[in-house]
Design a protein around this ligand. Sequence first.
Ligand code: XMP
Length: 498
Amino acid sequence: MDEIVVIDYGSQYTQLLARRVRELGVFSKVVGPDYTFTGKESGIILSGGPESVYEKRYDLPQFGGIPVLGICYGMHLLAERFGGHVAKGAHGEYGLTKVKFFPSPLFEGIPSESVTWMSHGDVVEVLPPNFKMTAISETGITAAFESENDKIYAIQFHPEVVHTSYGREIIKNFVFGICKERPEWTMNNFIDSEISRIKSVVKDQKIISAISGGVDSTVATLLTYRAVGDNLIPVFVDHGLLRKMDINVPQTLATLGIKVKYVNASELFFEKLKGVSDPEEKRKIIGNTFIEVFEREAKASGATFLLQGTIYPDVIESAASSQRSAKIKSHHNVGGLPEKMNLKVLEPLRTLFKDEVREVGRLMGLPDAFISRHPFPGPGLGVRVIGEITREKVGILRDADDIFVNVLMRAGEYSKIWQAFAVLLPVRSVGVKGDARSYEYVLALRAVDSVDGMTASWHQIPFEILRMASSEITSKIPQIGRVVYDITDKPPSTIEWE
Ligand code: XMP
């Protein structure tokens, strides 16, 4: 009895539901509609979904007395399953909706009227026999029903989104009041139990890990190091395309007692990239060369395990991504390597959300500045020097990027942004410096707000900050004569320029 499962019927908020439960200190995971229960479930949440029960009606599992909370489409499935009736479309509700609540264990301690967030076309028209209505919306639509005896609860609105005023309290009532859970899922407990799990899986075998400078691979390394000490061999491959802040990663880890093997492979990367300007080809060369270098290190190390920084959203999405058709960009990773080298995979973070990974890092002593760094693509500055890559251009971009990021940090803007960086364009532009004509590179600045990188909107950096960045860059880097700001959302563009 130690987890709440969220059955995913395709709602865009499914992950958010699991996160909300975990924020209360209870483990929760997302499972598919054909999930088989393991006996560890203390509660079941049925997510919403984009479909109508008139288009697709999933078979609900036998709940076996485990408490159930159905949300939106999940509510409609419950209504139909227990003999009620869902009416098709026409008078649905969208957005903020006032709801009147009646006494229910689910609504314990919340006011009798408040605002909820709705998004539905179908409505529950006839309640299942022996169920009672426990909330009604201002337009007279059933907003909640339940059978306390059967521990089945259904709500039309979304308690997981912040627009529902008492959403957190409702989830809390379900988790603690109805499912009788205890708040025992803490990152300190996770660290302890994961360390023992790693020890028992790996025993005295060796593990190799690729440190990229990113938060996930660093936290995975720290955690595994705690479990196996020097049997973990962290390798930092410097492909010459790193940002300034990444170059210090081995030192940061050294202060935490971890020795990282630094491999300078930049010559090899620049050599292979010579004369190449097609973005996909550049990515492939960088990815393959990385694997080539890393493979050599792995062989020499005698490791039998490969450590990977996979996190929970990657796991949830890998199922969905196989259905996503168009390949927009081939992402760089060390996938394919474990099979090729006959390595077993160790993924200590595969149950954690990003904010939990950060918390684990913090608890294990990683500095805040490190933990809050923006995501960085595997091919590094290689996809931010547009066109052919040369050492000189990477150097210019690295300095410019560092100035931009530092201006944002000093102005307190960095933490408000999901990802910010500079891009060096293969374009020169005329300017005037002193009394002379100049003809120098154009640099683009990019900053976006996003949740998962799938969609993004350009971040509205205050003009004063943009001015500071532009003047510091052009005064300190003579090769840059013009700075522009990218004001395109994704879609239609992507976050990176290549
Ligand atoms: P795009 O440019 O596709 O980027 O909108 C979405 C997010 O993914 C990152 N990105 C990459 N990450 N290898 C990575 O590990 C890659 O090849 C790669 N390309 C893009 C990008 O920085 C953004 O966060």
